[in-house]
Write a protein that binds this ligand. Sequence first.
Ligand SMILES: NC(=O)c1ccc[n+]([C@@H]2O[C@H](COP(=O)([O-])OP(=O)(O)OC[C@H]3O[C@@H](n4cnc5c(N)ncnc54)[C@H](OP(=O)(O)O)[C@@H]3O)[C@@H](O)[C@H]2O)c1
Length: 345
Amino acid sequence: METSKAVVVKKFGNYDVLSVEQFEQPALDGRIEVKVEYGGVNFADLYTRQGLMYQKKLPFVLGMECVGTITAVGVESTDLQVGQRVICYDYHCGMYRDVLRVTPDKIYPLPDYITFEQGAAIFVNYLTAYFSIIELGNLKQNQTVLVISCGGGVGWAATQLSKNIDGVTVVGTTSPEKYPEVQKNGVDKTLTLNSDFEKNLAQMCPGGFDLILSTYAGPLYGFLETQLKPLGRIVLIGANNLIQNENKLSVLTFLKGWWTTKNVRLEDLIVYNRVAAGLHLGTLIDKDPERVRDALNKIFEMVKEQKLRVKIHEVLPMERVVEATKLLAQRKNVGKVLISMRTEK
Ligand SMILES: NC(=O)c1ccc[n+]([C@@H]2O[C@H](COP(=O)([O-])OP(=O)(O)OC[C@H]3O[C@@H](n4cnc5c(N)ncnc54)[C@H](OP(=O)(O)O)[C@@H]3O)[C@@H](O)[C@H]2O)c1
């Protein structure tokens, strides 16, 4: 049996369920082998490890995205070649390995002008932000957007994509110590999700928003909807409220989070001229992979033209994956956290 070093989840639970060890590798036949450099840490790693994302068969390898170089090709007809630099993505996980074997549909060539570190921070964050802000959000000149968690990986990308549109005002929530950095990234007005949030937001932006990017389900979502201008759009991409710095979540807590959100009233959509949308990057790729590849190429071009500036918060070795995911759960990151699979020479 062939193996590679991997971040393994053997049972669902707290941080201590993660281990770094040799884990079974599928055969090369029908797959591409990649020597991995970095993995991009996502908030979803927290949900997945706790068993909240979807039913996964245990044990499994964590991680949705990574970058590296192709070392072997086990597929007959493909343009992919040994030596090529690539991004790999699979929302079903399996990416945190030092050597990875995946089917070609999980691979995206990485242009030479993008470093491995940048590449590991682009796929999930920038594509999610792109489809939320540009496609579903349809953000236009001189409009106002509210970005919840503007200092996080997706929020950082969403701010930059918004500021590429003339005259857009970005209002962002984040922890107070992150204000200076998010303002440098383009956020015009900052506030914090504390007990005064609703009052502060109404005072700061009495005219409301054309677009809201929400990472919060639950009661806050209901309030945010009311802050939309006529013809305003709210795009829901996650449920950060379900993670309270790693307190164990019961299935009931999880479901409660969604139940309290599910009541988007159809009548209100009409009466208040609102659009309520949702995005799941993984299922979008399943249904329309070409559209995602096109969007990725647009993002690469914008990086080349220096219209987008990828920010890495910290790179930690694979063995310190627990610390890496804790940076997100404890609200410490500004931009993207990476884990490194590099073997130092
Ligand atoms: N639908 C999709 O396809 C898709 C794809 C990617 C990501 N997402 C979602 O988008 C959100 C952002 O993802 P990301 O990977 O970029 O993560 P991230 O924003 O970098 O996550 C960490 C940050 O979230 C903020 N946060 C807010 N509430 C939190 C809580 N209860 N516990 C911990 N941190 C909290 C913290 O910043 P502040 O408190 O300073 O704001 C923290 O630094 C997540 O909900 C994720 O699931 C969805």
